[in-house]
Design a protein around this ligand. Structure first.
Ligand code: MF3
Ligand code: CO
Ligand code: CO
Length: 249
């Protein structure tokens, strides 16, 4: 890469790999009986052991080092003494800051044996994120990303959350552009090589509408239907994009 975004890509790759590594560790311990606080502790320690900080901790008053969003929680679930049980789905969202640069990623885990519907929701959400990532390259419209996700999700009868979106990321956790997970082809801004942002669709079985609980953070589906989410941080290139939130062996 010749351009001046080389440094940003290198730094985000390092932060992203730490965040992805934390999720790999979570995968090893998560099962029926795990408390969401244990996931939080593991993320805190893994990130610190890798010379990084957890971005969520104290971010706008958020009290923990990751988000754990179970079942009908759409996002920003707060880890607690809640025990995961067989059949639950839970999104774990991790953001590491390494040398001032952010890497943001999340995954929905299936706990034990989940229902056929829950399984389809989780798989469809992952596919939607990956389909969007596959079309990304310089000069693609932001609307193309949203449309790709929305088309795939609605074909399966699920709905796309509109109250939260992907975001530019770098030395700041959340910055421009807003990356909507719904929309129309050929609309919005054209993305450029060197841009770094997240794709993080939240997909519901029922209504797309959400509400936030009294703790000021926990967002849930209005109809209490299940919600799933996956997230990667990516960097746009002329030919495609790079996923930064992968753990290299
Ligand atoms: N990681 C979330 C995102 O994808 C943001 C979490 S903010 C927090 O943008 F404060 F809730 F942690
Ligand atoms: Co994000
Ligand atoms: Co995130």
């Amino acid at each position: 890469m010749n351009e001046n975004y080389k440094e940003a890509f290198e730094r985000t790759r390092i932060a992203g790999e730490i965040a992805a590594g934390a999720l790999e560790e979570v995968a090893k311990i998560i099962k029926p009986g795990t408390k969401t606080d244990e996931i939080d502790k593991l993320c805190y320690e893994y990130i610190n052991d890798h010379g990084a900080y957890s971005a969520p901790l104290f971010y706008r008053g958020f009290p923990k080092s990751c988000c754990t969003s179970t079942n009908h929680i759409v996002c920003h679930g707060i880890p607690s003494d809640k025990v995961l049980k067989d059949g639950d789905i839970v999104n774990v969202d991790v953001t590491a800051i390494k040398d001032g640069w952010h890497g943001d990623t999340s995954k929905t885990f299936k706990i034990g044996e989940v229902s056929i519907k829950a399984n389809k929701l989780v798989e469809t959400t992952y596919e939607a994120m990956m389909k969007a990532i596959e079309i990304i390259k310089e000069d693609v419209f932001l609307g193309d990303i949203g449309a790709t996700i929305q088309n795939h999700v609605e074909k399966q009868g699920f709905s796309v959350v509109q109250d939260f979106c992907g975001h530019g990321i770098g030395k700041t956790f959340h910055k421009e552009p807003n990356v909507l997970h719904y929309g129309k082809k050929g609309t919005g801004e054209k993305i450029k090589a060197g841009m770094i942002f997240t794709i993080e669709p939240m997909i519901n079985i029922g209504t797309y509408e959400t509400k936030t609980l009294n703790d000021g953070w926990t967002a849930v589906t209005k109809d209490k239907s299940l919600s799933a989410q996956f997230e990667h941080t990516i960097g746009v290139t002329k030919e495609g994009c790079e996923i930064f939130t992968l753990k290299k062996i």
